[in-house]
Design a protein around this ligand. Structure first.
Ligand code: ADP
Ligand code: ASP
Ligand code: MG
Length: 412
């Protein structure tokens, strides 16, 4: 039997009615002749609530307990989905991550999948089971502890299962009907893309577009998984969603394909550090060891052998970063006058493979932001993206102005 992976995100399993609606979609694919692996997220809001409980209990928590707690939302939806399918006379059962087992690294709260043995589930398909419902987001460490794959990690569970089982396709059902030229929630002119290249999707995901977790796109690219994003709220024939595919499969596209944003960024500046060989390693080594995801880095002009070093990281890692820097200062590895955290910034980025061969995108971006009176605090670029850090209060304005300026509402 051909296999299909169908992943339902939090809003698609937010209550019993939604689970029933999702189960009907699964039934359609079973009737089409597929063995289906369903990956479910927790009900929307559940994981946030669990994370909140952890933070309210312990500031520098034991990440193994964090994972034990925050992974639990998926257990409920997996069981409910299996029950709902059984009520529809479809042979189904649920699996928690450790039962498969989804083997991961022991990097708690952001573990990576290492192996998904297929024997257990395939044996059940062989016995006539039609749907395996798997709790997304969860794994098992070599030490036998529960791990999680990072926020949004059910997307990665889905793609990893599609790769392991050689699925014909991996369909990601969510609350929008595909990948758009920007988040349709903040720009009403956003246009749905029929196709997007893996590399563009990878950049968009890593720059904050929540619609797919970055790691899921990486895996899809590596294992050539046919990945589709579509809505669980529309009737099956209404929309084909967006296909994430090789760039060769896309005939025409704009130079800039999409505008992404990340709201929860912090700009951290170490004031007056010694400008000497090895200083960057002495700063960013401890930050990395502390699990801080540093993104943009700027070393300012040096005066009398001292300089300011600026970097950005997610706002919820500011405390961790401060603690790591204080420890490095106390141990004498680095010396700085002050660490200033600006938690009121956001990152806005434009992405497109066409930027490889077209000049002028950066100039247009800076002109547009300046015309809107938006001050740029930090800039970074790669071959196919330009990102700026700006005051958070201008974020939506900047996204809309850039969407207009690059005429993304029009197909390329
Ligand atoms: P799920 O719970 O189904 O995993 P997410 O909230 O993680 O859903 O991701 C879907 C959301 O991603 C959408 O509701 C939308 O607001 C957001 N999003 C951000 N950028 C984009 C984009 N370019 N295209 C589509 N959705 C986007
Ligand atoms: N429930 C987890 C989260 O909210 C995983 C997911 O939904 O993908 O991050
Ligand atoms: Mg998600």
């Amino acid at each position: 039997m051909p296999t299909l992976v169908m992943k339902f995100g939090g809003t698609s399993v937010a209550n019993l009615d939604r689970i029933a609606r999702a189960a009907k979609r699964v039934a359609v694919e079973v009737a089409n002749g597929y063995d289906v692996i369903v990956i479910v997220s927790a009900m929307s809001g559940k994981t946030n609530e669990l994370v909140g409980w952890v933070n309210d209990t312990s500031q520098f928590y034991d990440a193994r307990e964090y994972d034990a707690i925050v992974s639990s939302g998926e257990n409920v939806t997996a069981g409910l989905m299996a029950l709902r399918l059984q009520e529809m006379d479809i042979p189904a059962r649920s699996w928690q991550g450790w039962q498969v087992p989804v083997m991961t690294t022991s990097t708690h709260s952001s573990a990576r999948i290492e192996d998904i043995p297929t024997e257990n589930i395939n044996a059940k398909f062989g016995e006539g089971m039609k749907v395996a419902v798997v709790a997304g987001f969860q794994g098992l460490s070599p030490e036998g502890r529960i791990t999680t794959l990072g926020r949004g990690g059910s997307d990665t569970t889905a793609v990893a299962f599609a790769a392991a089982f050689g699925a014909e396709r991996c369909d990601i059902y969510t609350d929008v009907d595909g990948v758009y030229t920007t988040d349709p929630r903040i720009a009403n002119k956003a246009r749905k893309l029929d196709k997007i290249a893996f590399e563009e999707m990878l950049e968009l995901a890593s720059l904050g577009a929540k619609v797919l977790q970055t790691r899921s796109v990486e895996l899809a690219m590596r294992y050539k998984v046919r990945l589709r994003v579509l809505s669980s709220f529309e009737e099956p024939s209404d929309s084909a969603g967006t296909l994430v595919c090789d760039e060769e499969e896309i005939m025409e596209s704009n130079v800039v394909v999409s505008v992404a944003y990340s709201r929860d960024e912090a700009k951290m500046t170490l004031i007056s550090v010694a400008d000497r060989p090895g200083i960057a390693a002495a700063i960013f080594g401890p930050l990395s060891d502390a699990g801080v995801n540093v993104d943009m880095i700027v070393q300012n002009i040096s005066e009398e052998g001292r300089t300011d070093m600026t970097f950005s990281c997610p706002t919820d890692q500011v405390k961790r970063a401060e603690k790591a820097m204080q420890a490095a200062k106390d141990s004498g590895e680095i010396n700085y006058h002050d660490l200033v955290a600006d938690e009121g910034v956001a990152k806005v980025s434009v992405v497109g493979i066409g930027m490889r061969s077209h000049t002028g995108v950066a100039a247009t971006m800076f002109r547009v932001l300046s015309a809107e009176g938006v001050n740029i605090k930090v800039i970074t670029t790669s071959e196919i993206k330009i990102s700026v850090l700006i005051d958070r209060k201008y974020m939506e304005l900047a996204v809309q102005a850039l969407h207009d300026a690059f005429e993304l509402e029009k197909a390329g």
